[in-house]
Ligand binder design. Structure first.
Ligand SMILES: *Cc1c(COP(=O)(O)O)cnc(C)c1O
Length: 326
């Protein structure tokens, strides 16, 4: 069974560096792009770390692979299990295929067909369940026990956090003197990993997490000093529809973050349109959170060097087209 649910020591920057070694030649070193248009418009200098161009279309490959690559021989033989209908599912499926181990992904029956197909396409076995009558955690626990598989959670795991931190590590290697860094925020794996890298590599850099306005549980948690759980928020940002931070991610975020901002769905659509029109890039709604808040979050960025982490680019083309045209 999984060791993933037991409390663990917080990962450190050394863990991010080790993850970076592991990902060498496996993950893409994604480009850091610039936009003269945006720089002119804002008087700031923007640097975009493009994880929408990562393998499987999102940074989640980094954390998934870093976790699976450290399985024991016994764990690797029985394989990895995840419950997710989003990018984490594809990250685990692809990582398992690369490492030659079995993977089971537990998904709701009514998950978008494209996601089921993509996950199966990476060679994973997909087990579906009825969201209205069955409990996915119970199903996952049963499969983990029956088959000896190791459950890999999407964010609250030290190896996942360390892997996610490698995107910011690369960005800060390429652009060491950032004044600001904005990153999307769901369960906090990406933000906490980013914070480990930023605190070590650019201690003066202000790091902001950005979550959807409708689901500001992390902002509430930071203000309150304890993890606040909310109902599943209704937002276009489906990668950040989490109800609560994890214990590990909250501990790091609370210790190191500058602040948490939010962005509205309308701002996300406007930002996706900017990426498409000006930078010729497909960015998913969750991936647009960081720039949306950098532009509309009320901070004065004039004359500053600003890092923007674009977290992913996986969209359903039909709804993407509709959103941008509307
Ligand atoms: C998962 C995900 C996020 C949120 O990451 P957390 O580690 O859960 O905070 C942001 N953007 C995309 C594209 C994602 O898939």
């Amino acid at each position: 069974m999984s060791a993933s649910t037991s409390p663990t020591a917080l990962p450190t920057f050394a863990d991010v560096q080790a993850a970076s070694e592991r990902l060498q030649g496996v993950a893409h070193r994604t480009p850091v792009l610039r936009s003269t248009t945006l720089n002119k418009l804002t008087g700031a200098e923007f640097f975009f770390k493009c994880e929408n161009l990562q393998r499987m279309g999102a940074f989640k490959f980094r954390g998934g692979y870093n976790a699976l690559a450290q399985f024991s021989a016994e764990q690797a033989k029985n394989g990895a299990l995840a419950f997710s209908s989003g990018n984490h599912a594809q990250a685990i499926a692809l990582s398992a295929r690369i490492l030659g181990m079995p993977a089971v992904i537990v998904m709701p029956q009514d998950a978008p067909a494209a996601k089921l197909v993509a996950t199966r396409g990476y060679g994973a076995e997909v087990v579906t369940f009825d969201r209205f009558t069955e409990d996915r955690e119970a199903i996952s626990t049963r499969i983990a026990q029956e088959r000896g598989m190791t459950l890999v959670p999407p964010y609250n795991h030290p190896d996942v956090i360390a892997g996610q931190g490698t995107a910011a590590l690369e960005l800060l290697q390429d652009v060491p003197d950032l004044d600001y860094l904005f990153t999307p925020l769901g369960g906090g794996g990406l933000l906490s990993g980013t914070l480990l890298s930023a605190k070590a590599m650019a201690p003066g850099c202000k790091v902001y997490g950005v979550e959807p306005e409708a689901g500001n549980d992390a902002q509430q948690s930071l203000r309150k000093g304890e993890i606040v759980k909310i109902a599943t928020p209704k937002t276009l940002a489906d990668g950040a529809q989490t109800q609560a931070l994890g214990e590990l991610t909250f501990a790091i975020i609370r210790r190191d973050v500058t602040d948490i901002l939010t962005a509205s769905d309308a701002q996300l659509v406007e930002t996706m349109r900017f990426y498409a029109e000006r930078m010729k890039m497909v960015v998913e709604p969750t991936g647009a959170l960081s720039l949306a808040a950098a532009r509309h979050g009320g901070l004065d960025l004039k004359g500053k060097r600003v890092g923007i982490l674009i977290s992913g680019g996986n969209v359903d083309l039909a709804s993407y087209g509709q959103l941008l045209a509307s």
